[in-house]
Design a protein around this ligand. Structure first.
Ligand code: FAD
Length: 313
């Protein structure tokens, strides 16, 4: 059995939960799971992997594709090559995986969300889960993967024995790129993760001028406004209101999504809400697969109608 090298994602001493998806696919594919991680006091269940390779380096070095590529090359030169090198499908994971693939001329499949052991087939989706692609490894060289958050964590199970641990030296002398600092997001006092009722807005609401009208509805419903990433990128809402993989994970009692398509990066941040209600003019919108209640229609017209009803109009 070959091994899969998993490149950990760590931030400020925290072992990110999405690493479990990378460990999960290694287990599912029947590979020994070797975890590459900076030296430090990380809260890892050492029984989920076969080997932990600690690198004598600072955590921030694990954001540097040059360092990671150098480390992986060193590991490959000194021992057997991994069959897979697995990254999380996060901004930093995507950057490092693509750099490694380009630099070493290795095959890469990004954003894997499914795997079929019988046939060794990897799945990824296109167009917000409307079309799926199947991929198969055709060469003997290591395969680089980035893994979609939430797809494989259930397979990151206890192996019943503590992982072997080794420590390797870090890399020095890489000066083309250096870490400066983590930048904190601006906080204005609203914490969408604490809200019981979220009225969440997507690109489908049309334009920034519509937002105050949704705020009026939110007031009537005693809801807090949140949104999808495009709404934040367009600066219709502040960043702290963003739900999803690069925003916040929320679990309100009610999640009312208006004009949101349901891309997996958004779904990952709200799928555990107790009651999901979706309003979208496209009956095929993926969000309806996750919604407990769905309304096919124009979000702005439905907003005005709801306001009228609540106000007794
Ligand atoms: C690394 C990475 C991280 C990401 N992180 C996040 C994240 O944290 N959060 C996030 O949300 N996205 C994230 N994304 C973006 C994500 O892939 C989607 O692009 C995004 O979620 C789409 O937002 P949306 O649903 O508002 O817009 P769209 O996908 O454009 O959907 C708009 C929807 O509105 C509907 N619509 C249009 N007009 C109306 C109307 N009048 N009434 C009702 N419905 C209407 C349309 O049918 C459509 O379904 C990330 C992407 C990447 C690559």
């Amino acid at each position: 059995m070959g091994y899969a090298l998993i490149i950990s994602e760590v931030r400020r001493g925290v072992f990110e939960e999405r690493n479990l998806d990378a460990i999960g696919i290694a287990n599912l594919a029947g590979k020994d799971a070797y975890l590459l991680i900076p030296e430090g006091n990380y809260n890892i269940n050492g029984n989920m992997v076969d080997k932990i390779i600690k690198v004598k380096t600072e955590e921030s070095m694990f954001l540097n594709p040059l360092i990671i590529t150098g480390l992986i090359t060193k590991i490959m030169d000194s021992s057997a090559s991994p069959e897979m090198v697995i990254f999380t499908h996060s901004s930093s994971g995507i950057e490092m995986a693509s750099y490694l693939a380009g630099k070493m001329g290795l095959p890469i499949i990004t954003d894997i969300s499914g795997y079929e052991k019988n046939g060794d087939i990897f799945f990824k989706s296109y167009y917000s889960d409307k079309v799926f692609g199947q991929f198969k490894k055709t060469k003997e060289s290591p395969l680089i993967l980035t893994v979609r958050s939430g797809s494989f964590k259930d397979f990151a199970t206890d192996k019943g024995k503590q992982a072997e641990e080794t420590t390797v030296e870090g890399l020095s002398g890489i000066e083309e790129r250096s870490f400066i600092e983590y930048v904190e997001e601006e906080k204005t006092g609203v914490d969408i993760t604490k809200a019981e009722f979220l009225l969440s807005l997507g690109r489908g609401v049309g334009n920034k001028d519509e937002i105050p009208k949704f705020e009026e509805l939110a007031q009537l419903l005693k809801a807090t406004i949140s949104g999808s990433r495009p709404v934040v990128d367009k600066q219709w809402l502040p960043k702290e209101r963003q739900v999803g993989t690069s925003g916040k994970t929320v679990k309100p009692k009610v999640y009312l999504a208006m004009g949101i398509s349901g891309a997996f990066q958004h779904i990952a941040g709200m799928k555990d809400s107790e009651c999901i209600i979706a309003v979208n003019k496209d009956p095929e919108a993926p969000i309806f697969q996750y919604a407990h209640y769905g309304i096919v229609g124009d979000a702005n017209k439905i907003r005005d109608k709801l306001k009228d009803i609540i106000q007794g109009g």
